[in-house]
Write a protein that binds this ligand. Structure first.
Ligand code: SAM
Length: 267
């Protein structure tokens, strides 16, 4: 990945003021990631691409005051929000987020029992360097647990609408994008065979406006940026029609499945 590509990712997330604020998709799956990796009191955990703390905060709760939970993210704004979220639960004495790049982990050897990454491994610019770094900072017998989109998040028709109206081609060729690709890369990096969990969650998107805001704060933003105002209005109208069948009290229900892979570091 070029430094331009990294700058552009950082810009999206630095400006993602409302990232997952009203929808709670990432928060729901972040909690599930930490549950599935069976974090215990006293564990030392590292969260890659921690964002605003979807899995860092549950990990900080789970490790407790005798453990340590550290998160890194390329975006200083996300790091600021993650630290705010930790402070809001008085977890800051044993947990913190710092700016860092998953391609070049700046931690000591065997510093962590568990490494987590919620929907971020496909941002690695250098997959062998990222996975080699994860193995290095994990203790022998530790584990790397990360989540991948098993299909288009929220509703498949939503991405279909965006792609149809956009001039940008959505990126999906990263080696860590699919379970098969990620499993192959994990084997190459020397991890033991990963355990796979498919997890399903339902979230209620409160309104079309909340969904629109969410789309501007994610990887879908480059698709929206290729469209003019008229196309935005048309896209919003199509999304509004798509949402109607999902109406429930409080908004629109979406059920998504994601894949969690848990790869043990040889002991
Ligand atoms: C889709 S968000 C996921 C955030 C969080 N894990 C969650 O589940 O809400 C991806 C995050 O990866 C971060 N990111 C992208 N490339 C990165 C890199 N090379 N190193 C560290 N963080 C990166 C972005 O800034 C963003 O916060």
């Amino acid at each position: 990945m070029t430094s331009d590509a990294k700058r552009s990712i950082r810009r999206i997330f630095d400006e993602a003021e409302d990232y997952d604020r009203d929808v709670g998709f990432f928060a729901a799956f972040g909690t599930r990631l930490v549950e599935r990796s069976e974090v215990r009191p006293g564990d030392r955990t590292l969260d890659l691409c921690c964002g605003r703390g979807a899995s860092l905060v549950p990990a900080a709760r789970a490790v407790g005051p005798l453990g340590r939970a550290v998160g890194i993210d390329l975006s200083p704004e996300m790091v600021r929000r993650a630290n705010e979220a930790l402070a809001a639960e008085a977890l800051q004495d044993h947990a913190a987020a710092v700016v860092g790049d998953i391609d070049a982990l700046e931690f000591g050897d065997a510093e962590f029992d568990k490494v987590h990454c919620g929907f971020g491994v496909f941002f690695a610019g250098d997959v062998p360097a990222m996975l080699g770094g994860v193995r290095r900072v994990l203790r022998p017998g530790g584990q790397f647990a990360f989540s991948l989109f098993a299909g288009p998040p929220l509703w498949p028709w939503l991405v279909e609408i965006l792609v149809r109206h956009s001039e940008a081609v959505p990126r999906n060729e990263h080696p860590m994008w699919t379970t098969e690709g990620a499993t192959h890369e994990l084997r190459r990096a020397g991890f033991l065979e990963p355990i796979r969990h498919d997890v399903t969650e339902t979230v209620v998107v409160p309104s079309l406006d909340a969904l629109w805001t969410q789309l501007w704060s994610l990887g879908t933003r480059p698709l929206l940026e290729t469209m003019n105002d008229q196309t935005h209005r048309r896209v919003r109208k199509e999304i509004a029609a798509g949402l109607e069948p999902h109406r429930v009290p409080g908004g629109f229900a979406s059920t998504s499945t994601v894949t969690i892979l848990i790869a043990p570091n040889p002991g």
